[in-house]
Design a protein around this ligand. Structure first.
Ligand code: SF4
Length: 467
């Protein structure tokens, strides 16, 4: 019988079946950061427990750090306190920490793959909803809560129920100006923000297979926004080429042996799925969200849909979205004025994202009323971008070039929306208040589309700029 990657990885990491019916799973990699660990370490201290596998635990600072002046102590006392706790806990529990001095600091979901920590066939856990990102390398990667962070720290295990598996096939070929972000926003729009509840998503089909690793990371990143427990792409040549030579990836003959094992973990032809969804990728155009969850989106050439386009149960959210965003049914999304442009986050803060945004930035200047931030996802991304001169392109066009961090993805550091500002953002959540202002408004889109909005001052069709 043919098996899926989910089956094989799950079985390989099963310690035992618990009386509850859940599986006790061994976690191959535990990534931690400053926000969801202080209480977990405190609980560990109270229980007088050590970190069970510090060699499989890695820490970084990302959510709360400023992206301009990073001198300590941070201006925000709470941010400073969280940094102090993580630094102290990492030292006391012998957990490697990628702080600013290492040159390897960055957003947890950027540095895991970038350093070769995230590998095919692993089970990866992190106290953050977007841990699904790491599934792009062929891993099963879950976001977990603070209590589970404690459990993994203490035991390197998690009690989990096995999700069902939906294969999401993206068929055809993407057209110019359409990116991985447009693919995942379309998937979420079609299947719904709760469509993946109870499922893992296996992304497949010609468009996914042709994607670079960075594009796959973008797709897997937003699995949780579609309700899925995790999302992954089967490991293939693209995966192995990406991992080869990375600091924590196996080297030499060990790498070749690892490739053999990684290859064996991929889903087999003829494997069965609980569900298969097919998306016509050729029909995807640049996507912009207009509402208050990532499923409320339209193609850039389309208008805000009528309320009868959603089921009765979703109508109150629909009305709330219109009221919050200040949009009207039938209004074209193109031309909606923006105040802020943000390129960054664990969805779209990688080198290829910055390259795509720089290509567009090179064709104009940031509109006078727009505040535009480019925030690399890691120190390594920043160095690589600077080596190519991307920072100079951005600065010449009027964008601010910042240091690595989560920045304006969420309101936990000084990069925040003010009042009712409207933001064109390459991040992953447009929930009310997400970017730091309770009345602020977020339009999710690809990095190239953000750059296009920045230089035109309003939502624009990047294809017209790239022509
Ligand atoms: S960039 Fe945003 S989604 Fe990603 S880890 Fe940071 S806060 Fe979470």
């Amino acid at each position: 019988m043919a098996h899926t990657l989910l089956d094989k990885v799950w079985d390989a990491h099963t310690v035992r079946t618990l009386p509850s019916g859940q599986t006790q799973l061994l976690i191959g990699l535990h990534l931690i950061h400053e926000v969801t660990t202080p209480q977990a370490f405190q609980m560990l201290k109270e229980l007088k427990l050590a970190v069970r596998m510090p060699e499989r635990t890695f820490a970084t600072l990302d959510h709360i750090i400023p992206t301009d002046d990073q001198s300590r102590p941070y201006a925000d006392p709470l941010a400073e306190q969280m940094a102090v706790h993580l630094i102290r806990n990492a030292r006391d529990y012998h957990v490697p920490l990628f702080d600013m001095s290492t040159g390897q600091q960055g957003i947890v979901h950027v540095i895991g793959p970038e350093l070769g920590l995230s590998q095919p066939g692993m089970i990866i856990a992190c106290g953050d909803s977007h841990t699904s990102t790491h599934g792009a390398v062929g891993a099963i990667a879950f976001g977990i809560g603070t209590t589970q962070v404690r459990d993994v720290l203490a035991t390197q295990c998690l009690a989990m129920g096995k999700p069902k598996l939906r294969q999401v096939r993206v068929e055809g070929a993407l057209t110019t100006g359409v990116y991985a972000k447009d693919v995942i926003l379309t998937i979420i729009n079609v299947l719904g923000v709760k469509g993946g509840v109870g499922y893992a998503y296996e992304y497949a089909g010609p468009i996914i297979e042709r994607m670079t690793m960075e594009e796959r990371l973008t797709v897997c990143n937003m699995s949780s926004e579609g309700g899925a427990r995790c999302g992954y792409v089967n490991p293939d040549r693209t995966t192995f080429d990406y991992l080869r030579g990375r600091p924590y990836a196996p080297a030499g003959e060990t790498f070749d042996r690892a490739v053999t094992w990684w290859t064996s973990m991929a889903s087999e032809p003829g494997a069965t799925y609980d569900d298969v969804a097919r998306i016509d990728g050729t029909a995807i155009e640049p996507v912009v969200t207009w509402g208050i969850n990532p499923g409320m989106s339209v193609g850039v050439g389309q208008r805000i849909p009528p309320s009868d386009s959603v089921v009765e149960a979703d109508r109150s959210t629909f009305r709330e979205a219109l009221a919050h965003m200040g949009f009207e049914v039938g209004q074209p999304i193109k031309g909606a004025k923006i105040d802020v442009a943000f390129v960054g986050s664990c969805t779209n803060g990688r080198l290829s994202d910055l390259r795509a945004a720089a290509t567009v930035a090179n064709k104009g200047r940031v509109a006078p009323h727009v505040r535009a931030l480019i925030v690399p996802g890691s120190q390594q991304v920043a160095r690589a971008a600077e080596a190519e001169g991307l920072h100079e392109i951005f600065q010449a066009a009027g964008f601010q070039w910042r240091r690595a961090g989560c920045s304006m993805c969420l309101g936990m550091n000084p990069d925040k929306l003010v009042g009712r500002e409207m933001s064109a953002s390459s991040s992953n959540r447009n929930f009310i208040g997400r970017q730091g202002s309770p009345t602020g408004r977020t339009l999710l889109m690809s990095p190239a589309m953000v750059a296009a909005a920045a230089i035109t001052g309003a939502v624009a069709d990047v294809r017209e700029i790239l022509r």
